[in-house]
Ligand binder design. Structure first.
Ligand SMILES: *[C@@H]1O[C@H](CO)[C@@H](O)[C@H](O)[C@H]1NC(C)=O
Ligand SMILES: *[C@@H]1O[C@H](CO)[C@@H](O)[C@H](O)[C@H]1NC(C)=O
Length: 339
């Protein structure tokens, strides 16, 4: 039995038949995935809990990755849009006011046009614009609940969108996206009308990155006149769809940076063995903190896929340069509390 079929079998056995996406309160990393699949994953999960515990003891506040040597490897835009992705965890309304991410030289002066917070789905994010750089920014927030979805909905992919033959996407990610998509596109349409020469940057971390991916494809299929404006930056994004879906996205004439930090476990799920495939291009901060641009091969074996499973890390998921993740979110075990 290969390691992949072992995990496959384990997850099949553990996945509840008809769980609703919002049913189970989740821990930071779902034990059905991390605690039970492999001893190495159990060990990773316990390391995350140890970090959370020591952060609480030290009351350390924010991780400002700007002061981390990891910054050296980050290009300006990767850093900047990761700041916007991280801001989605912190911005609570239409004021651009949050610690670190909203106060950086890259993001100061951003105007929030729309903010949504649908706790029951969950779906959170904001639409903003920035005049000096002529851009409209849509940023989706991640959620711990997504790990439940990875476990529960892995085999519940759904055909989407109708315009792409054979395309299938993760049902949980799509429900999160759909919850706010109509209103988000309306707000963006208004901004496009007001600012006809602005770019549209789609960004997000974790489940937020998955939603940014769905948005890129949704916009490309329903608003093709916007394609020339779109840019996609994701951080720690899980696999979203099958090869028909991801290959179509990879070939769109838009800049795509699927940023992967070191050993972050999330870009490795759901597994390829389950029919999921990433879109290109991956940008990998490798173990020596060199930034590797991984080209047109979405599952390039020279990039993060070169790591063995034993190296996959949960902590790396929160350490993207620019993200400035707040460890209080880990301590409570639920991201939902802060908004
Ligand atoms: C952001 O910076 C401004 C000006 O320096 C300061 O007044 C404000 O308190 C800062 N906000 C946060 C949330 O750090
Ligand atoms: C895979 O990634 C390596 C490392 O960045 C790069 O040199 C190579 O061109 C990529 N291969 C393809 C097919 O894109």
């Amino acid at each position: 039995m290969s390691i992949f079929s072992f995990i496959l079998a384990t997850m099949l056995a553990l996945a509840p038949a008809c769980a609703a996406p919002t049913s189970a309160p989740s821990k930071f990393l779902d034990e059905r995935l991390l605690g039970l699949a492999l001893p190495q994953m159990e060990e990773l999960a316990s390391r995350v809990r140890a970090v959370a515990a020591s952060s609480r003891a030290a009351n350390t506040g924010l991780i400002d990755t700007k002061n981390d040597q990891t910054d050296i490897a980050s290009s300006d835009n990767l850093y900047k849009y990761c700041e916007y992705a991280g801001a989605a965890y912190k911005v609570a309304g239409t004021a651009w006011d949050c610690p670190v991410n909203c106060n950086s030289t890259n993001t100061a002066g951003t105007v929030v046009d729309y903010h949504w917070s649908l706790k029951s789905i969950p779906s959170y994010g904001y639409v903003a614009h920035k005049d000096d750089t002529k851009e409209i920014i849509v940023s989706w927030r991640g959620s711990t609940v997504f790990m439940d979805w990875v476990a529960d909905f892995t085999f519940m992919s759904t055909s989407w969108p109708a315009q792409i033959d054979g395309a299938k996407v993760h049902l949980g990610f799509l429900s999160a996206y759909n919850a706010a998509a109509g209103k988000v596109k309306d707000v963006v349409a208004g901004l496009v009308q007001t600012y006809p020469d602005y770019r549209i940057v789609l960004t997000g971390h974790s489940l937020g990155g998955a939603q940014a991916v769905l948005a890129a494809v949704d916009i490309a299929t329903t608003r093709p006149e916007w394609i020339s404006r779109i840019e996609l930056y994701t951080f720690g994004q899980p696999r979203v769809g099958n090869s028909a879906f991801s290959n179509w996205l990879s070939k769109l004439p838009i800049p795509i940076f699927r940023t992967v930090y070191r050993s972050d476990i999330v870009p490795q799920v759901p597994l390829q063995a389950m029919g999921f495939q990433h879109q290109a291009q991956e940008v990998w901060y490798d173990l020596n903190m060199q930034t590797k641009f991984c080209g047109s091969n979405a599952e390039n074996l020279s990039c993060q896929n070169s790591l063995s499973m034993a190296k996959w890390s949960a902590l790396n998921h929160l350490q993207y340069p620019g993200l400035s993740f707040d460890p209080r979110y880990i301590i409570t075990g639920k991201l939902e509390v802060i908004t």
